[in-house]
Design a protein around this ligand. Sequence first.
Ligand SMILES: NC(=O)c1ccc[n+]([C@@H]2O[C@H](COP(=O)([O-])OP(=O)(O)OC[C@H]3O[C@@H](n4cnc5c(N)ncnc54)[C@H](OP(=O)(O)O)[C@@H]3O)[C@@H](O)[C@H]2O)c1
Length: 286
Amino acid sequence: MSTFANKVVLVTGASRGIGRAVALAFAAEGARLVLAARSPDRLAEVEEEVLALGADALSVQTDVSVPAEVAALADAAMSRFGRIDVLVNNAGIGKVGEVAAGTFAEDLRLTERASLFGMIGVTQQVLPILRRQGEGAIVNLSSVMGRKAFARFGSYAIVMHAVSAFSDALRQEVAADGIRVSVIHPALTATDLLRDADVAEMPPPFRHMTPLTPDDVAKAVVAAVRHGKRRVVLPRTANVLLLAEAFSPRLGDLVATALTKRRVASLLRMSRGKTYHETISAAHSR
Ligand SMILES: NC(=O)c1ccc[n+]([C@@H]2O[C@H](COP(=O)([O-])OP(=O)(O)OC[C@H]3O[C@@H](n4cnc5c(N)ncnc54)[C@H](OP(=O)(O)O)[C@@H]3O)[C@@H](O)[C@H]2O)c1
């Protein structure tokens, strides 16, 4: 029997992209799903997909940045299933733009509101439930940008760094309560997150990069909970960038600049075919 059979997994941002893939991956393991996002129609479609896998699901229309809606989400999950075993804090947004851009501070505020304060609000609602149970897992979606920023991705990278620090503090605070915390740092992934960003305006290292699939990230999320991993970076080769940055920012910048060259991106298995925009325009990612 799967580790996750009948476990209750709450996924925020479950209406598309990585969140949808995470929900389907846990459903395939026999888990019961609580699906949260703002778009009811898309949530209903994902709920259908979960049910088609033979798993149980509850959709709750939720804006994670609205405290009353987050409280209602936790209440709905508890009234339907009576417990929460895994919380996947995945809801978020991302904006592209230089620090000098007039929109930078507002982009940062918007991203913080959804991706950081949303995560904090949901965690604070669910934590007492996990503590009462004496067990549970929390998975937070950060990014490779949560360890090393790229040019034109400052607002997003600031928030992803904050998500890393939040996860680090939380993990140590709840370890004695039997609650495990994992933080996931995926590289560029083929979802709608950056669909509206102009190709020419994208962070330069993304120029030749082949995105991960949402399923790649979902697999990593399930494995992180199964094995109690504290931190997962994917693809693994992205660790070259992170190790270089840990050693010195000069080396980190060198690797970031080198990644703009197809040869180097290929060597690190980060350029393997279609780029982000080619991938998402070829097949409308959800
Ligand atoms: N794509 C990448 O390259 C990448 C790489 C590393 C990490 N990540 C992280 O992975 C997570 C998922 O991103 P994605 O790539 O799957 O993006 P996506 O396709 O744009 O999906 C984002 C999800 O978050 C939901 N969402 C956004 N704001 C919300 C809010 N205020 N309240 C509730 N739900 C909200 C969206 O649903 P509604 O619009 O229906 O609310 C949607 O389901 C994000 O945290 C992102 O930072 C992405």
